[in-house]
Design a binder for this molecule. Structure first.
Ligand SMILES: Cc1cc2nc3c(=O)[nH]c(=O)nc-3n(C[C@H](O)[C@H](O)[C@H](O)COP(=O)(O)OP(=O)(O)OC[C@H]3O[C@@H](n4cnc5c(N)ncnc54)[C@H](O)[C@@H]3O)c2cc1C
Length: 470
């Protein structure tokens, strides 16, 4: 009697699609596939993708799988993604877990069992690690999947601002200095980890409660923060890194914009793009703010770095400031993206921009890809553009972007994954936001889940069986 498929093939063989392709082909009776990966004339190992020229239905089915790009994902991250997506799409699970974690943050992050389970699941899914070797391993893994790299961010952020009622001015100042120093140290380490050409995410609120207070009151950075920002910018310039300032709660956003514009004015000169600001297109005011910043950059002769997002604080930002419907947010996002990608065509002498299209929305990405294909066909210059998604989310989208498409004009597509590093405690606020975001994006999550399951079935089962299951 024939042994079950899984008994005859080790999990190692299922580890990624590259190794499973020959297995599946043998089962289908497709010949001339040796056990060893085929070698090209130059001796380099041929990727199974390069071998596919057959038009057989099974082969086409496999090609359809590969369009998701998930074939490159090793087995463990694939299984973990399925587990996380499944858990995070359950509203009840997310709400209960979030409430529990928020209420018992200190207790849980100090608990060995919670840390152990967390390390293997949500922390591994969304975070780069805590030590340099863990972080470097995560960055190397991302590069091996075809990404240009990461937007690496030190996770520390301030959850709440407590006033130190009984402290003296000197004590308050010392505490402020200590918070800023810790944040500065973490940010400088991030720049060092990412290396030349890398992206570094910056969260101003990580600099402590006094920084949060200054942002909230619309003040300028004080001497301590200004000094830290100077050091961060100088180090980024020296290492050739790019600094992407995160957008945060609306109450802090005016000051975040103003601090960041000042940095851009100073650093983004002579063709350089060192500092980027983030624009949350779910805010009704963002279209006008973006226009005003473009004009300010034009008048002051500097380059504008733009990270375009929809906005992650829908649960806490004032609802009346946010577009009334998801469709209006989508429209604002896509219109801004199009304007930024085409303005140099209408006005060739306009200020240089660097655009980071930070989204998991497949439609927004498709629109941008189509537009750039059109521009390429018309012989037009392309805007400096990077696609970005969060690590642990929308892998099917990110990986499919890294795939070369022979049917389209050649474009060197740059894809990066945003990832935070730090202790589990430092990453907790970020992780809670991701959970809420996934829970709210039911449609997108369902699509991602389907792609992940398809990929898993494609590895486990013979092609015709996995097809019927789907
Ligand atoms: C690389 C990267 C960096 C990011 N950096 C930041 C950052 O610095 N600051 C920040 O705030 N966020 C940031 N985000 C998160 C981002 O703002 C979104 O929350 C997230 O990406 C989901 O939006 P989407 O475009 O990916 O997908 P979609 O699922 O298409 O959009 C979901 C988003 O649409 C909006 N939305 C949903 N429902 C409604 C509604 N009823 N009315 C109006 N709008 C609605 C919300 O913004 C929601 O997050 C980042 C995301 C990525 C990928």
């Amino acid at each position: 009697m024939a042994k079950p498929f899984l008994a005859r093939h080790t999990w190692r063989q299922l580890a990624c699609r590259k190794t499973t392709t020959p297995i599946i082909r043998r089962r289908q009776g497709i010949h001339n596939v040796s056990k060893q990966p085929r070698r090209s004339m130059t001796g380099t190992t041929l990727n199974p993708r390069q071998e596919d020229s057959s038009s057989e239905p099974q082969e086409q089915e496999q090609l359809r799988h590969r369009r998701h790009g998930l074939g490159k994902l090793p087995l463990v991250p694939l299984l973990r993604s399925i587990l996380m997506q499944t858990l995070m799409s359950q509203v009840y699970v997310v709400d209960t877990a979030s409430a529990l974690i928020k209420r018992n943050m200190k207790l849980l992050t100090g608990n060995t069992l919670f840390k152990c389970v967390g390390n293997k699941t949500f922390y591994a899914q969304f975070c780069a690690g805590e030590t340099e070797s863990e972080i470097q391993r995560t960055l190397a893994n991302l590069r091996s999947l075809g990404y240009k790299g990461a937007i690496l961010t030190y996770a520390k952020e301030v959850e709440e601002t407590r006033t130190m009622h009984n402290s003296s001015v000197a004590q308050t100042q010392a505490s402020h200095q200590a918070h800023v120093d810790e944040w500065l140290k973490g940010t400088l380490r991030t720049i060092q980890y990412t290396g030349a050409g890398g992206f570094v995410g910056i969260k101003y609120t990580g600099a402590g409660p006094e920084c949060v207070r200054l942002l909230g009151s619309g003040s300028k950075p004080d001497g301590v923060i200004a000094n830290a920002l100077d050091q961060i910018c100088a180090t980024a310039e020296k290492h050739g890194a790019r600094l992407l300032v995160d957008a945060e709660h609306h109450v802090q956003q005016k000051a975040i914009d103003s601090w960041t514009l000042e940095l851009m004015k100073r650093c983004n000169r002579d063709g350089k793009l060192v500092v980027y600001n983030t624009y949350q297109m779910y805010l009704k005011e963002s279209t006008a703010i973006l226009d005003a910043h473009l004009q300010f950059a034009e008048e002051n002769g500097f380059n504008l770095g733009i990270k375009l997002v929809r906005g992650a604080y829908i649960g806490s930002d004032p609802r009346q400031l946010i577009h009334d419907t998801k469709e209006s947010t989508d429209n604002a996002y896509d219109t801004a993206a199009r304007m930024l990608a085409t303005r140099h065509v209408e006005n060739p002498s306009c200020t240089k921009i660097g655009l980071v299209l930070a989204t998991h929305n497949a439609e927004s990405i498709k629109k941008m890809r189509d537009l750039r294909q059109q521009q390429l066909r018309s012989g037009l210059r392309l805007t400096d553009l990077v696609y970005a998604q969060l690590m642990g989310m929308a892998d099917e989208l990110s990986l499919s972007l890294t795939e070369k498409r022979s049917d389209l004009p050649e474009e060197d597509i740059q894809v990066v994954k945003y990832v935070v590093w730090g202790s589990m405690k430092e990453c907790m606020m970020y992780l809670l936001r991701r959970a809420e975001e996934n829970r709210d994006a039911v449609g997108r999550t369902r699509e991602a889940q389907r792609a992940l399951w398809q990929e898993l079935w494609g590895r486990i089962l013979p092609n015709n069986v996995s097809k019927t299951i789907r």
